[in-house]
Design a protein around this ligand. Structure first.
Ligand SMILES: NC(=O)c1ccc[n+]([C@@H]2O[C@H](COP(=O)([O-])OP(=O)(O)OC[C@H]3O[C@@H](n4cnc5c(N)ncnc54)[C@H](OP(=O)(O)O)[C@@H]3O)[C@@H](O)[C@H]2O)c1
Length: 333
């Protein structure tokens, strides 16, 4: 296992939001960036959503040349316009297909929704792989299946291109602050090439093993979170019914063995029924379906995860598709 962390050598200090229309995909808080011994790279970034937009922005702010592609073209144009002002020394452009964005790039990064979306931007005549030359590397930051990662690895290898599956953890704030955790699968030599570039938007990039290992590690992450959030929901709902001051109760137990990131960051907001904090229930259900399909293949027993998946289906049924994942507590009201 290899972990790479960023060494800061240059610093940018501006905060970017589009002037009149603050937008999730161009909002980024610059941070110190590593400088590469081999200089700036020619990069492509496909998928400028809540996660991809700020990730690509960090690459531009770090001085790399970045050509972006987004299905909704206006978002790509808006991204180029916002970033051109803040990173005037970086060559920034948008392309009309993933293949065009990837043409001539040393590395191509992708962050779209699910397996099918990844296939549609990487494969076929207009897909990124069609534009990539031997020696280039494709990095997929989408949370997708390990099977797809292995298939793309094989397809890329057949044309002399490297492939790394690299799902992320850290949410929208992690993307905007350039503090994501990246879990990677692939070849060590290829990982070593791309890790210093990923360090522009990550606090840690770790190679977990062969192709698919990054996605499997992200599944482990989601299993932990699903069970933990149901436990935290029951704890908060119980405490409120018992008449406790939950701010005080969470502050006390957060000093002991019950402490967790979710308790620290979501406990009080759950108590107030506030569910507008990033990672959405629809995304969680997508991730849990990947987890449960993988468990059906490898024989792992996930009774609590399967139950929590159904609880999230209940939340969707009451209109909570875009609520954040702590909204599990609404079933207990
Ligand atoms: N949001 C989080 O907190 C978070 C945290 C960790 C991991 N993730 C994972 O990161 C990935 C992206 O999440 P996100 O929150 O950035 O999603 P998002 O805001 O919905 O953005 C999705 C991006 O993918 C593009 N896209 C989707 N389907 C496509 C297709 N078939 N062809 C071409 N482009 C397509 C969208 O283009 P349009 O603009 O045209 O729709 C958009 O740029 C997901 O796999 C998610 O599970 C998200």
């Amino acid at each position: 296992m290899t972990t790479t962390t960023a060494t800061a050598t240059t610093t940018a200090t501006t905060t970017i939001t589009t002037a009149e229309h603050p937008s999730e995909h161009t909002s980024v808080n610059p941070r110190p960036y590593p400088s590469l011994p081999t200089g700036a790279k020619r990069l492509a970034f496909i998928g400028l959503g809540v996660m991809g937009g700020p990730m690509a922005a960090h690459l531009a702010l770090a001085g790399h040349s970045v050509t972006v592609y987004n299905r909704t073209a206006s978002k790509a144009e808006q991204w180029v316009s916002a970033l051109s002002q803040k990173a005037p020394h970086s060559r920034l452009a948008s392309a009309s297909t993933p293949a065009q964005a990837a043409a001539g790039a040393d590395m191509v990064f992708c962050c779209v929704g699910n397996d099918e979306d990844v296939r549609s931007v990487t494969l076929g005549e207009a897909g990124a792989l069609a534009g990539m030359a031997a020696g280039a590397v494709l990095v997929d930051h989408t949370t997708a299946s390990a099977q797809l990662a292995r298939a793309l690895y094989a397809q890329a290898q057949a044309q002399g291109v490297g492939f790394v599956d690299a799902p992320v953890s850290g949410g929208q704030a992690g993307a905007q602050n350039g503090q994501l955790t990246v879990m990677c699968g692939g070849d060590a030599a290829v990982f070593e090439q791309v890790a210093p570039v990923m360090a522009c938007f990550a606090r840690a990039c770790t190679l977990m093993g062969e192709s698919g290992s990054g996605q499997l590690t992200k599944m482990v992450n989601q299993i932990c979170i699903a069970g933990l959030l149901q436990g935290l929901s029951e704890a908060v709902a119980f405490g409120q019914k018992a008449g406790l001051d939950m701010d005080a109760a969470l502050a006390v137990i957060g000093q002991g063995a019950a402490q967790s990131w979710q308790l620290d960051h979501r406990g009080r907001t759950m108590a107030r029924d506030e569910f507008n904090f990033g990672f959405a229930v629809d995304w969680m259900r997508k991730d849990l379906s990947l987890v449960l399909a993988e468990a059906a293949r490898n024989g792992a027993r996930l009774p609590v995860t399967a139950l929590v998946d159904q609880f999230y289906a209940d939340v969707q049924a009451q209109g909570g598709n875009r609520w954040d994942t702590s909204s599990l507590i609404t079933r207990l009201r």
